[in-house]
Design a protein around this ligand. Structure first.
Ligand code: DP6
Length: 365
């Protein structure tokens, strides 16, 4: 699919100022995207659960600009305060989108954004943030030009734009579960955008829990961008990409049939593989902390003692996501409170669930 469209231009003076608001959630990868090529294309397929509570609210305000400039005119406010770092990142993203949306340099934008989770929580906001903005942009396209034929087309384009901002963001535009990356066995799958696999999700996974244990709230010492880049020289890269594609295939079958034990085995191995890849990069990165290992040991012991299917995963940082079915929620939460919170910074954790995906909100004036 080529979304480049030089004809998407407007007559600025005819634009009535307006605003669009979307809330978009974060997602947790079950099989990880780690390694990319070309223009934000993944080296392997990945699959994730979209979350419910961890989300970004973004309002995109637009008005006409007297004369189109060479660059995009945008100001970004985070929680109501101008933020120069995010403004620069957003400007670069919007400028990258000019071949898709030439009208972006004909308008002037103010973006107001806020996250449902604390900034200092050490949780990546790029998936929710980029997808919320992408959804606002596709809604703006519909307002300025034509509506999409159906919601699937709308979401595919939002996923495509999200991917150009941050790879993992492209999976956040769908509720339930989403796959990003071409898989021969999955019709419609693509490296360019994610597809939903929610329809084939077994009941047990529809309201699965994901409690996020905040082991450390500090900034990551390596950006995902740099981390992905290091895969290029990683001696295990080829084997890893093949493994991830096989695992995404298998995970899809597991998600369909509801095998929570096999789900957990793949989940944990993916987390450890991701960190093993970082440790075997040059330079190497160790992003887990001693308390991450303390918690992992206790989860393993808990599983052996109780038989409850509680498993963990990690992103490119020390914080753990604990995934488990609703049927054992009361017991697991007690275990977290009594035995795991001790290892978390400020004894903090965020209780989340598999969610229904982004929603368009009314704009507050
Ligand atoms: C470990 O999507 O943050 O969370 O495309 O450079 O923005 P960029 O990377 P990003 O990488 C996420 C990596 C991961 C695994 C995953 O979400 O699949």
């Amino acid at each position: 699919m080529n979304y480049h469209n030089p004809s998407l231009t407007v007559i600025s003076s005819e634009i009535i100022p307006g605003a669009i608001r979307w809330r978009s959630p974060s997602n947790i990868a079950l099989v990880k995207y780690w390694g990319k090529h070309g223009n934000q294309l993944p080296q392997n397929a990945s699959v994730s659960f979209t979350l419910s509570g961890a989300a970004t609210d973004t309002t995109l305000r637009y008005k006409s600009r007297q004369e189109a400039g060479e660059s995009v005119e945008v100001a970004l406010l985070l929680d109501g305060t101008p933020n120069s770092g995010f403004t620069e990142r957003t400007k670069a993203f919007l400028e990258k989108l000019l071949p898709v949306y030439p009208f972006l340099k004909q308008l002037s934008f103010t973006i107001e954004t806020s996250n449902s989770f604390p900034h200092s929580a050490g949780i990546a906001s790029s998936a929710s943030g980029m997808s919320a903005l992408a959804l606002c942009l596709v809604s703006l396209e519909e307002e300025l030009f034509e509506p999409f034929a159906d919601r699937a087309e709308f979401l595919a384009k939002a996923s495509y734009l999200s991917r150009l901002g941050s790879g993992s963001a492209c999976r956040s535009v769908y509720g339930g579960a989403a796959v990003w990356g071409k898989l021969p066995g999955l019709d419609g799958s693509s490296d360019e955008y994610a597809v939903s696999v929610t329809e084939s999700l077994h009941e047990v996974f529809k309201n699965y829990h994901d409690d996020i244990l905040l082991i450390s709230k500090s900034e990551k010492s390596v950006s995902s961008r740099a981390g992905h880049g290091l895969m290029e020289g990683n001696p295990y890269a080829t084997a890893r990409y093949a493994q991830a594609n096989r695992r995404t295939d298998e995970m899809l079958s597991v998600l369909k049939h509801g095998n929570v034990e096999r789900f957990g085995e793949i989940l944990e191995s993916e987390a450890l593989t991701l960190h093993a890849l970082m440790m075997s990069s040059h330079p190497p990165y160790i992003l887990i902390r001693p308390n991450t290992l303390q918690v992992i040991e206790r989860i393993h012991r808990y599983r052996a003692d109780t038989g409850n299917p509680l498993y963990f995963t990690l992103d490119a940082g020390p914080n753990l996501h604990l995934l488990y079915p609703h049927a054992v929620a009361a017991e697991v939460k007690q275990f977290i409170r009594e035995e795991l919170l001790y290892f978390c910074e400020d004894k903090m954790y965020l209780a989340d669930r598999v969610g229904k995906g982004p929603e368009r909100l009314e704009v507050n004036e």
